[in-house]
Design a protein around this ligand. Structure first.
Ligand code: F6R
Length: 241
């Protein structure tokens, strides 16, 4: 794993945006894997700024998001569909036909997982996958204890993740308990991985991810085995390395 540390989240976002810009310059038809959550928001702002300044042409990329909540329609303001359009897609001129998220309202969720997985494979796999990390080490919604060999699947969210997501909803009972998520295996097959983490709360799990044993109790620890994984951290998240 390559580790890059910057002073603050803004600098982290600028490095991440520069890496994505370089990737898209090298390969305009890049297949980009994307994450939601609070961590990538400054990155998405930076990409929108680059696009507005005419410095990044994203018109030919294809995107696949990591996950979506079960039960939330795309126009629900806490759905990941909604989040991605608001934070990134409207601002960077992507082709709407090339944007992919799993459907949390599919009638047959297992069939939807299979369809999503096949769509990623048909696109040639993911060139660069952006990840955040949960306080418990989850990536996507692959929670501690889930097998490393999972492909896109329906995940039961842990209590820790439900509590972490609580801040986005009016009350705890509105927080979805399940999500569709790319599996660890799907994520691991990406040609490059860029995991971003900022803030003191992530320092402990980042140390376990980098220096701890490779175990399913810390899903992100599998990235130690990836040939092309980068961790991009601010000083606070890197404090225990
Ligand atoms: C989001 C996702 C999650 C988040 C993680 C960190 O698509 O897959 O794994 O990356 O929960 O979330 P934040 O960035 O809000 O700390």
């Amino acid at each position: 794993m390559q580790i890059i540390v910057r002073d603050n989240p803004q600098q982290v976002a600028e490095v991440a945006a520069a890496l994505i810009r370089a990737q898209v310059l090298r390969k305009p038809e890049t297949v980009l894997g994307l994450a939601t959550g609070s961590t990538p928001v400054p990155l998405y702002d930076a990409l929108v700024r680059l696009h507005s300044a005419g410095e990044a042409d994203m018109s030919r990329i294809t995107t696949y998001n990591l996950d979506e909540y079960v039960g939330l329609a795309p126009d629900h303001d806490q759905s990941y569909h909604y989040f991605m359009w608001e934070k990134l897609f409207y601002g960077i001129g992507v082709d709407p036909g090339q944007v992919h998220l799993p459907s949390g309202i599919a009638e047959d969720l297992d069939a939807e997982c299979l369809r999503y997985e096949e769509s990623i494979q048909a696109a040639g796999g993911i060139d660069l996958q952006v990840l955040g990390i949960g306080l418990n080490g989850h990536i996507g919604f692959n929670e501690p204890g889930d097998t490393f060999s999972n492909r896109t699947c329906v995940a039961e969210l842990t209590e820790s993740t439900i509590q972490a997501n609580r801040r986005f909803f009016d009350s705890e009972d509105q927080v979805p308990r399940r999500a569709l998520t790319m599996g660890i295996r799907t994520i691991f097959q990406s040609r490059e991985i860029l995991l971003i983490a900022c803030g003191a709360a992530k320092a402990g799990i980042i140390a376990q991810t980098v220096h701890g044993p490779i175990i399913s109790q810390v899903p992100a620890s599998v990235l130690q085995l990836h040939p092309n994984a980068r961790l991009l951290l601010d000083k606070e998240a890197a404090a225990e390395l």
